[in-house]
Design a protein around this ligand. Structure first.
Ligand SMILES: Cc1cc2nc3c(=O)[nH]c(=O)nc-3n(C[C@H](O)[C@H](O)[C@H](O)COP(=O)(O)OP(=O)(O)OC[C@H]3O[C@@H](n4cnc5c(N)ncnc54)[C@H](O)[C@@H]3O)c2cc1C
Length: 580
């Protein structure tokens, strides 16, 4: 039988196997080959970009250790492959795996067994592991509309290629990832599975199929014919998930990898499992991060994959600010991006920080259920949306922030700033109207909470336009607030929901909507209006002499009703904060 020689043989082109193969190639191993039982691979670009060898349809029959040559011998149905080391990255399904919740007895609900003809079908995958991501990618590439219900998924626990797969699925809109929702009941309606979620964010959803991704175990060593000598040799490694422990000396996990790889390839640094950017020497970047970064992300809660509530704790401990003000967040250009856009002129900017302003938001309640106090605690909360690249703009910060998680370090500007505050509201019986687009509600959340804490008696309205219901990161808290405070009114306006008439803030002002809905009059003598977010919604007069913009904004409509824009040194009752 033909014999070929390699540095590393990786058995199984799973996301884990691909991660190991890529890490090995980047560490300088030249002869890295993947053996894949099937006839395809989910991320072919990993093969091409690393110039990897892959043998499809090659099945392992036995694995031996040749002590004299200090080599592994992998015997397959086609040939014998000798190598310095061998990684078994195939994973095993358990025949007895069951879904973590009750499921109806239906062939539309399966475990580890994705349906095949899924073009245009709605399929939900439930799971948090590499395996769940792999099944989602497989279904998406077969044309399914995939929802991955992954409550508790921690990207850092995925292998690097599974992490990349997930980012790609989201970026290319091939899957919707619910990071905080998993179904607690699966029912059936008209023969189709229905998923019910315990949280209030996620509506009940009907699917064509639901697939539970079990946590697979490591490969069955016996069925691969690994001899006892090979097992004891330290040259045969088994890929295992971060939490598994199969008690074999060659088992491979985040902690064992460096020592095993180091023993076999002492002059190479094969990157560690679970580390995302592992291709470059990152010493300089770590030093820069240490130099620039002065705060820690303590909380990172995706409302959905592109919209986050996050909290940051500054090292200096000072979080003093007025509700409505903003701070600066920053990350280095050296940080990886979630999208594959190319930063313009990246080389000259590599060692610099990207800094952007962010309004300081606020949870409305503290952990005891009382109104939150912005002077308490050692963290600042932000509410940030991922900006997508366009032909004219490659966003710098948010695609980098997208990859962050609690514990990661960031830059936080030493000063908070801004005159968009509650300073003009001295009379507790005034009407306060807060109008926002998208994340423009951030400062309003802090301001509304502060007004209520101070016992404000006048009517308070907070209205926000978003595309969909899912884009409302604070909806539940607003609704709780409304239930507790009769003078507080919340008006979310989704503009792209099929069952909701499209209403912009301009329409509400024109039609005197706050009077009809809540009995709150827009009287310039008794009202302050706060506008935040998209400059087109605000619609400031432009030019010299100033003219109203072509698309009518809220300021123009309010001016017609007798309101006056608040300018520096020329106070008024319409206050604004533009985000760009
Ligand atoms: C005072 C102030 C407070 C701000 N507060 C917030 C905040 O609380 N939350 C937040 O998400 N952003 C906020 N921004 C916007 C923020 O500073 C960044 O511009 C934004 O996060 C994009 O940064 P980037 O580097 O990814 O993209 P950039 O390269 O800076 O792209 C800028 C472009 O992104 C788009 N854009 C910017 N912000 C938004 C947004 N919020 N929603 C939709 N599209 C946007 C616009 O088209 C803009 O031209 C604020 C801006 C200012 C001036």
């Amino acid at each position: 039988m033909e014999v070929t020689t390699h540095d590393l043989v990786v058995i199984g082109a799973t996301a884990g196997g691909l991660s190991v193969a890529e890490g090995a190639r980047r560490a300088g191993l030249e002869q890295v080959i993947l053996l894949e039982r099937g006839d395809s691979v989910l991320m072919p670009e990993v093969i091409s970009r690393n110039d990897l060898q892959i043998a499809y349809g090659e099945k392992v029959q036995s694995i031996h250790y040749d002590e004299a040559a200090d080599q592994v011998e992998v015997v397959t149905n086609r040939r014998t492959r000798r190598a310095t080391a061998c990684m078994i990255a195939e994973r095993e399904y358990s025949a007895t795996a069951s879904a973590p919740i009750e499921t109806p007895d239906s062939d539309r609900v399966t475990i580890d067994n994705p349906p095949v003809a899924v073009q245009g079908a709605d399929v939900m995958v439930v799971g948090v592991t590499d395996h769940a991501v792999e099944i989602s990618a497989q279904l998406a590439s077969a044309g399914a509309n995939v929802v991955l219900a992954a409550d508790g998924l921690e990207p850092v626990r995925l292998s690097p290629i599974a992490g990349e797969m997930l980012a790609k699925l989201e970026r290319e809109r091939q899957a919707t990832v619910l990071y905080r929702s998993s179904p607690n009941v699966i029912g059936e309606r008209d023969g189709y599975p229905m998923a019910y979620f315990a949280d209030r964010r996620t509506p009940d959803l009907e699917f064509d199929h639901i697939v539970f991704a079990s946590s697979r175990g490591p490969a069955d060593i016996d069925s691969l014919g690994v001899t006892p000598e090979a097992r004891a040799s330290n040259a045969v490694w088994v890929f295992r998930g971060a939490k598994e422990d199969i008690g074999m000396s060659g088992a491979f996990g985040p902690d064992l990898w460096p020592s095993l790889a180091g023993a076999r390839f002492p002059d190479r640094e094969i990157a560690q499992y679970g580390v995302r950017s592992w291709s470059r020497d990152t010493t300089l970047e770590s030093e820069l991060a240490e130099h620039f970064y002065n705060a820690t992300i303590t909380h990172f809660e995706p409302t959905h994959s592109d919209l986050w509530r996050l909290r940051v704790r500054p090292d200096h401990g000072d979080t003093s600010h007025q509700p409505g003000q903003y701070a600066t967040l920053g990350l280095g250009y050296w940080e990886p991006r979630v999208d594959d856009a190319n930063d313009i002129d990246i080389d000259s900017k590599w060692l610099k920080l990207i800094r952007r302003s962010y309004s300081i938001s606020s949870p409305m309640f503290d952990e005891h259920g009382y109104l939150a106090d912005h002077t308490a605690g050692d963290e600042l909360e932000f509410y940030i949306v991922l900006v997508a690249p366009t032909e004219d703009n490659v966003p710098g910060l948010t695609p980098r922030l997208a990859l962050k998680k609690p514990g990661d370090r960031v830059f936080l500007g030493s000063k908070v700033a801004g005159r968009y505050t509650l300073a003009p509201v001295v009379d507790p019986s005034r009407t306060c109207i807060f109008l926002a687009t998208g994340t423009g509600e951030a400062p309003h959340n802090a301001m509304v909470t502060q007004l209520l804490r101070k016992g404000h008696r006048g009517p308070i309205v907070s209205a926000v336009t978003v595309r969909q219901w899912a884009d409302l990161g604070y909806r539940a808290e607003h609704e709780d607030l409304e239930a507790r405070y009769p003078n507080y009114h919340y008006l979310p306006l989704p503009t792209r929901e099929p069952d909701v008439p499209k209403t912009y803030l301009q329409d509400v002002i024109r039609d005197d909507g706050f009077a009809t809905k809540f009995g709150v009059a827009l009287d310039p003598a008794t009202t302050d209006v706060f506008l935040c977010g998209n400059p087109a919604m605000i619609g400031l007069p432009e030019g010299d002499p100033p003219e109203w913009p072509e698309v009518t904004g809220v300021v123009e409509l309010l001016t017609e009703k007798g309101f006056k824009l608040d300018r520096r040194n020329d106070p008024g009752n319409v206050h604004f904060e533009e985000y760009w």
